[in-house]
Design a protein around this ligand. Structure first.
Ligand SMILES: [Zn+2]
Length: 136
């Protein structure tokens, strides 16, 4: 590779917005949803929570509030008292990621959620930014 070509490549990479590179690396798992009677089972609930690196209890609290129903965690699954399509569940998970996972400053998902007494702090391990969060 010639030096000129390398410079050209560097310049081309610099022009790609960082957010594009990051979002291609970070995949939100798709909800695997089954409707059983009047209930909706989110089969891969625990693996979604661990992919997002968040407490399952925090995620379910958010989902129940956003879906406006009662429900609970049963083993590796979450159960909602109501019927929801997977697109509806995916949409809530995406919003959860935007609010509680992605760094406000750099957009990376390498963050930790730390509990304080009445609120949470989202701490970014990539850029060091911190943001306080409303509680769920
Ligand atoms: Zn950051």
């Amino acid at each position: 590779m010639s030096e000129d070509y390398e410079k050209l490549l560097d310049r081309a990479l610099e022009q790609v917005p960082k957010a594009v590179l990051e979002s291609s690396r970070f995949q939100i798992p798709e909800a695997e949803v089954a409707i059983v009677g009047n209930r909706t089972i989110l089969r891969n609930f625990r693996s979604i929570a661990s992919a997002l690196n968040r407490e399952p209890e925090h995620l379910i609290k958010y989902l129940l509030r956003e879906l406006g129903v009662a429900g609970n965690i049963e083993g590796t699954q979450a159960v909602f008292q109501g019927k929801f399509l997977n697109t509806a569940v995916d949409e809530r998970i995406r919003r959860y990621v935007e609010e509680f996972v992605l760094c406000r400053e750099c957009g990376k998902p390498d963050t930790r959620l730390e509990r304080r007494e009445r609120f949470y702090i989202l701490r970014c391990e990539a850029c060091g930014a911190r943001a306080s969060m409303r509680s769920v």
